[in-house]
Design a protein around this ligand. Structure first.
Ligand SMILES: [Zn+2]
Length: 282
């Protein structure tokens, strides 16, 4: 069987948490041998860690830009303390999910843009301090993210993942140049996602990692339109077990076998998040 790593799965989300055992069993049956569970706020730090322990997965700790409006300054201190406390934990593989979101209107008002940038910069500094990679949320914010990554650059350079990447070719190149891998998931399965498909097809194979971002970003076969939902058809739930089918589409876009894509993206994930190696995934 072909083995995959889902580099971004919110297993603690309400939609998945209700039957996490089944979600994980289906993932394993589909060949998804490992999931990285990023945190979004101080309030779920413990949950992501316990889930990672329970299922032999890994986790990241950070404050998500969408959670910045509710976050307190003290949360950055709490993150620093937790990163120190868990320093020797092989399952703690990154600081994340952190970043900037310039799509959601409430986050676009000047005061909130500034607050997001403060949280992003401070968390980059913490990643630097604790010697960890970063998992980045990029939404209409690639250039600002890149600017701060250049400002706060560890001596050996960055490692990490720009997750659910959907920027330009040029921005992709800049992230790669800084040491990042780019995460691709369900969005690439939509035939209308031309730019994203061009990226998934044309970027060097060494730059790609696979992810589901489940329960978000359902692939097209799970997506229901607003009209279908109005008629009572539920939105399909994305979960890690969907990863091989999503990856199949990336493999066919690139004209490579799924085995080749699995081998390359697994190696890339281990490079982006080096502590995964300690978990004996390879
Ligand atoms: Zn996420």
């Amino acid at each position: 069987m072909t083995n995959w790593i889902d580099t971004h799965c919110h297993l603690d989300a309400r939609e998945l948490g209700v039957d996490a055992d089944d979600v994980v069993a289906r993932a394993a049956a589909a060949g998804v041998m490992h999931c990285v569970i990023p945190a979004v706020a101080v309030s779920n730090f413990q949950t992501v860690r316990l889930l990672a322990e329970q299922f032999d997965y890994s986790y990241a700790l950070g404050i998500h830009p969408l959670c910045v409006p509710q976050a307190q300054d003290a949360d950055l201190i709490a993150l620093d303390a937790e990163l120190s406390l868990r320093q020797a934990d092989p399952r703690l593989v990154a600081v994340g999910e952190i970043g900037l979101d310039f799509f959601v209107p409430e986050l676009m008002v000047p005061a909130m843009r500034e607050r997001q940038e403060t949280f992003y910069r401070e968390q980059l500094k913490l990643a630097h301090k604790h010697g960890l990679p970063v998992i980045l949320h990029v939404r209409r914010s690639a250039d600002r993210l890149l600017k701060h990554l250049r400002d706060i650059r560890p001596i050996g350079g960055w490692t990490g993942i720009a997750h659910a990447f959907n920027g330009s070719q040029q921005q992709a190149k800049e992230f790669i140049k800084l040491g990042f891998k780019l995460g691709f998931g369900g969005a690439v399965t939509y035939e209308t996602a031309l730019q994203l498909r061009r990226l998934a097809t044309g970027l060097p194979l060494t730059a790609l990692v696979m992810e589901t971002d489940s329960p978000d970003i359902p692939p097209h076969w799970l997506y229901t339109t607003a009209a279908q939902r109005a008629l009572g058809q539920a939105q399909g739930r994305n979960e890690p077990a969907e990863l091989p089918r999503i990856a199949q589409q990336v493999a066919s876009l690139r004209g490579v076998t799924v085995q080749a894509l699995a081998a390359a993206t697994t190696a890339n994930a281990l490079q982006a998040l080096p502590k995964l190696r300690e978990l004996a995934l390879c």
